[in-house]
Design a protein around this ligand. Sequence first.
Ligand code: FMN
Length: 327
Amino acid sequence: MIPDCSVDLAPTNPRELRLRNPVIAASGCFGYGIEYSGVIDVQRLGAFVSKGITPRARAGNPMPRITETPAGMLNAIGLQNPGIRGFVRKYPRLWEQWEVPAIVNISAEAVEDYAMMARILDEQPGIAAIEVNVSCPNVAQGGFCFGWDPEMSADVTRAVRAATSLPLIVKLSPGAIDLAEVALAVEAAGADAISMINTLVGMTIDVRSRRPVLANLTGGLSGPAIRPIAVRMVYQVAAAVRVPVIGMGGIMTLDDALEFFLAGASAVQVGTAIFTQPGVLIRLIDQIVAWLERNGFDALSTIVGMAQPTSPRTHARNLASARTAAG
Ligand SMILES: Cc1cc2nc3c(=O)[nH]c(=O)nc-3n(C[C@H](O)[C@H](O)[C@H](O)COP(=O)(O)O)c2cc1C
């Protein structure tokens, strides 16, 4: 029998977020899906997440805005996108014809703007879920990142929850001091699922010009370089919350994806790997099924969180030590 790899990422939401398989293309690394339709069979994916959409159109940051780093990349694209109104004119009607669930990633610098975009998306066809990117500066709080603070993250979640009944995924920022605390706050505020992690802020300097390589000075670090951090954070958050966790950060191979499932992720997202090997998403889907079959598991859900301790006492101790390490 073929193992069951399906997953519902919003089990308590009547609108559900049912995926045929747990492999999702990550935001910012897969355009709007259409760009890859001649390259891979997009309809086979578990789902895909759009580029980050903002209240108004953005041209993005000046060049250079991408640079390679050891085992990763640093990007400062600056959320280039057509804005929520430009976005809804084009993509929802197109996606309505597609089988693959399309998830829209939204970013804003004010709580009301997140809610405004969620209200607009709620009325659109072809949208399976919203992913809220809280790794953005909160202008009302002097630019402090929403995602670094449990209350600010919960404020955004609550406002989006009130604006839409669509399945709601909140994407956590690895810059928070205690990510489990942020995760618990957004869960209580109505998130159906949590995705993690977004990029970590980094910088490289060109020793010849003696200037930072990126015009923006800093950028988001992604790829295998961040994977052990991402796995640790998923392990820590999955132990704390009840809602499904979607893990990402440097997944290139089957073993990388398995690490996230064993840590407690119900699904995975893949970003940076797509730039060098667009076929990686489909390959992972096939390899996950084959691996489960080979190892005698009849469902993916059986291995989710298998690396978590079974006894409640060890569980509490591990969670505490994960928190200390994070602090
Ligand atoms: C070029 C680029 C653009 C990205 N744009 C977004 C974005 O618009 N919104 C968002 O939430 N995450 C964005 N991300 C973060 C990814 O979705 C993902 O969280 C991160 O890269 C870690 O996964 P990876 O190592 O598999 O790439 C971007 C990442 C890259 C590399």
